[in-house]
Design a protein around this ligand. Sequence first.
Ligand code: DAT
Ligand code: MG
Length: 138
Amino acid sequence: MSTERTLVLIKPDGVERRLTGAILARIEAKGYTVAELKKTEATRAILEEHYEEHQGKPFYEPLVEFMLSGPVVAAVLEGNRVIEGFRSLAGTTDPTTAAPGTIRGDFGRDWGTAVQQNLVHGSDSPESAAREIGIWFS
Ligand code: DAT
Ligand code: MG
């Protein structure tokens, strides 16, 4: 067993489309524990830290603007290999090609700016998870 914690965000598109419950249901059905949960508004300062690795990329500003466009739901999940496991539940970054059966594949829409409107964020490594949990739940 390798019990881990990961940071999950339900992005503004997921909250606005009333998909919070459906997404959390998939997380719980998989057997992960929702250890922390809150609805909150991101700030530019939080997002600059959260998306530090993407600063300077062409999609960075649109991504930050999108994340500021409405409330998000932040969660800490616990479970065996949950970092990799949640990213598998979420599907690949682009909802157009994310596999059916995944959150992004089943609920993601193709509407022009869709890559950033991909419903959820999940930490990608133990280091990112520790860093991101500190940002959203300090
Ligand atoms: P992920 O969220 O799958 O970890 P990432 O960390 O590479 O993906 O990128 C963070 C977010 O930025 C991603 O969820 C959506 C957006 N994004 C990534 N690549 C993009 C691109 N080529 N065009 C527009 N938005 C992009
Ligand atoms: Mg990422």
